[in-house]
Write a protein that binds this ligand. Structure first.
Ligand code: GDP
Length: 456
């Protein structure tokens, strides 16, 4: 039998060799991507966090969704609501990428770019994937018609055509950006799509049919405005990563809107998870080094679906009016957001399915008006206390179990160091950290770029 010391030497040497090998492998694969994604129902303040981090990035990439959600960004140029454009458009050195997984509304994109020009901003650097697909007018028409048909049972869609768009992509009758520049192919693709969709439009909703040739002409004309930006973004990003450049992946909406893991059917139609980011952006999964899950210090939710900590009126109005930069109202729709106290059950789950390596906590300043601040630490479902986030059918029966922490009743918007926050605010942050199980690294204390604290 070998002496103990020999065995230890053998294992130590093996460990060193394996470690070195894995370091070599790490060096060989592409690294350098950071995903900024939502831990909840969307509107967590991802735009502010992406804008804050974008200055360090070479690329800022949208990988899913379309112009159905909006990011609010407040910086030295003013206040902006971005829908399709990545949040790096305010930095001249950043290359902004709209990846293959995005739903591109061409006229929406053109008017967003025009909006920046109208406000005196320099032309942003932008690349739109030639593999991304186009939101067609029929998608918007079908989305609107279906919500109208559903009436009181509607999903709360933003009516931007996103669900019909992704359905057509799955049906393989979608139109890629590259098709817009091949006249005959475009007509063929549109005929293929409209063949099926006009039946529903005319006979299901009593609307006039769409004509493939007319539509092709209009789309081809419109496409000329984005032609300078159309590119093979996959190759662009791979080259960037190979050269050691950094990529910021910008999620839209939040984990609980994921079609597989969220509050189905009150979900969106593409995955807002960091796990989908490499697919929708076209980069290798192992390139993602950090996943920053963004969550608000309270909860807000636009649209329908179970929302366990939702506050009734008039308490909701008090929180809603203090929230965000000018109250909690949807950026795309202007709808008042439903609001409630922090939900640790939902957020812990959201962070888990995002694979969060760290958390950015926003809107902490908003909670400075209460003597005590409740946190939902568990749910009560049919008399049983649970701490794991259940499927929608069970979630609808959940009631929040609150723990109350002392409030700080102070304006913290000018605080710039974590240690300078009032004790109660720090206790609140640290309790959330404990409940979520992921370190909180960034704390936002106001909508402006500089209102940010870094916690070690
Ligand atoms: P996103 O889609 O996740 O980027 O979120 P939205 O832009 O839809 O909503 C976040 C709202 O909170 C916007 O009105 C932001 O300007 C605002 N906001 C972000 N961070 C803070 C913060 O720390 N404090 C306050 N008061 N507002 C914030």
């Amino acid at each position: 039998m070998a002496p103990i010391t020999t065995i230890n030497f053998y294992y130590d040497t093996l460990f060193i060799i394996l470690t070195l090998q894995s370091e070599v492998k790490r060096g060989a694969v592409q690294m350098g991507a950071v995903a900024v994604v939502g831990a909840n129902w969307g509107d967590e303040g991802k735009g502010k966090i992406t804008d804050y981090l974008a200055g360090e990035a070479d690329f800022v990439v949208r990988f899913q969704g379309g112009s159905n959600a909006g990011h609010t960004i407040i910086n030295e140029f003013g206040k902006f609501a971005l829908h399709l454009l990545p949040s790096g458009v305010f930095y001249p050195r950043v290359m902004n990428v709209i990846g293959p997984g995005v739903a591109v509304n061409v006229s929406g994109l053109v008017s967003e770019l025009q909006g920046l020009r109208d406000r005196g901003l320099p032309q942003p650097r932008l690349a739109v994937s030639d593999r991304a697909q186009v939101v067609l007018p029929i998608h918007i028409l079908l989305d609107q018609a279906e919500e109208e048909r559903l009436g009181a049972r509607q999903f709360g869609s933003t009516r931007s055509g996103i669900a019909p768009f992704y359905a057509d992509k799955a049906l393989k009758i979608g139109v890629q950006i590259a098709d817009l520049f091949h006249a005959n192919r475009l007509v063929e693709r549109l005929e293929r799509c409209l063949d099926m969709k006009n039946v529903v439009l005319v006979h299901g909703y009593g609307r006039p049919a769409q004509d493939a040739r007319e539509l092709a002409e209009a789309l081809a004309r419109e496409a000329q405005d984005i032609l300078p930006y159309v590119a093979d973004t996959t190759t662009l990003l791979h080259r960037g990563l190979d050269a050691g450049q950094t990529v910021l992946l910008e999620g839209q909406l939040g984990a609980l809107r994921d079609p597989d893991h969220g509050i189905y059917p009150y979900t969106t139609s593409s995955s807002p998870l960091a796990g989908y980011a490499p697919v929708g952006a076209g980069i290798p999964p192992q390139a993602i080094e950090r996943v920053i899950a963004v969550t608000k210090a309270y909860s807000s939710c636009v649209g329908a679906g179970p929302f366990v900590t939702e506050l009734p009126e008039p308490e909701a109005s008090v929180l809603r009016e203090r929230g965000g930069d000018a109250g909690e109202y949807g950026v795309t729709t202007g709808r008042p957001r439903r609001v409630g106290w922090f939900d640790a059950v939902a957020t812990r789950y959201g962070c888990k399915i995002q694979g969060a390596t760290e958390v950015a906590l926003t809107n902490l300043d908003v909670l400075g008006a209460w003597n005590d601040v409740p946190i939902a630490v568990a749910y009560k479902i049919r008399g049983t206390v649970v701490t794991d986030f259940p499927a929608t059918a069970t979630l609808t029966e959940a009631e929040p179990v609150f723990e109350r922490l002392p409030g700080w009743r102070e304006d913290i918007r000018e605080v710039r160091a974590y240690a300078d926050l009032p004790l109660q605010a720090r206790q609140y942050v640290e309790r959330l950290e404990e409940l979520i199980g992921v370190p909180i690294r960034l704390i936002s204390v106001g909508p402006r770029r500089e209102q940010m604290l870094v916690k070690s």
